[in-house]
Design a protein around this ligand. Sequence first.
Ligand code: DAK
Length: 264
Amino acid sequence: MNTKAYKNVLVEISNKIGFITINRPKQLNALNKETIEELHEAFDGLNLDCNVRVIIVTGSGEKAFVAGADIKEFMNFDEQQGRELAAKGQELLFDFVENLTTPVIAAINGFALGGGLELALASHIRIASSNAKMGLPEVSLGVIPGYGGTQRLAQIIGKGRAMDMVLSAEMIDAETALQYGLVTQVCQQEDLIQTAVDKARKLMRNSTQAQAFAIKAVNSGYQKNGFETEKQLFGKAFTTQDFKEGTTAFVERRKPNFNNTAIK
Ligand code: DAK
């Protein structure tokens, strides 16, 4: 067994499975810039390692997979920084994971919100524990999903359900996620990693080369301009008063007071 530890991410290889654990449990594994960079390195390393046939990504602790991008970090970004980080984040992590040649299973062990759900959406297979809660709360913060969520959620569960989740900012539970096809399996939290390992073992019976081709073929049907539009509008959201209000309200633990009479 090999292990490599970063500051915010644990990496381990066991029986041809690469395990990545996002390890900021006190912040509910929120994705700051450093964690995104470490995740990029970790995924890249495992993908290039011939001994690794499947990657399982999960969150540390019992409460969260990832509770979103780190709000405290991005709340002071301007339009340019927002657009750049959206582009960089997508390139380094979300598009990167989606296009890996090694199958990636997201083992969703609790809250998967915002950027956390977007990471799960970029993964090839999603399995959730029964306590998991999933959602894209961005519009409650005055911003929109910026890591591919507006595109991948609709691709996976359909436009109608995606619109409902994105516009309401509401979370759904694991059973609803299963019914929507957002995840393909639900199990008890204590069984989650074993369930993901069992799935990984099943994947390993098949041709790695063919799986790499299949990932590419499936993804190629979804390459559209929507991702570009998402990046631009995400950046634009950073110029609004509502974004400042939404993120400040989160930090101050109060409800946001949006100026909803403003001209759109
Ligand atoms: N960022 C930073 N800290 C977070 C966090 C987050 N997303 N989520 C939780 N935390 C921190 C809390 O602030 C708290 O820290 P302390 O106050 O103890 O220092 C700690 O984690 C524990 O959280 P709570 O005390 O709030 O725990 P509860 O059980 O009461 O609530 C919760 C759990 C998951 C319901 C709640 O923490 C929550 O609502 N969290 C925020 C969920 C959320 O809105 N996530 C962000 C969605 S927006 C970008 C591209 C994409 C994005 C961003 C940027 N660029 C290209 C720039 C994506 C944005 C999002 O993900």
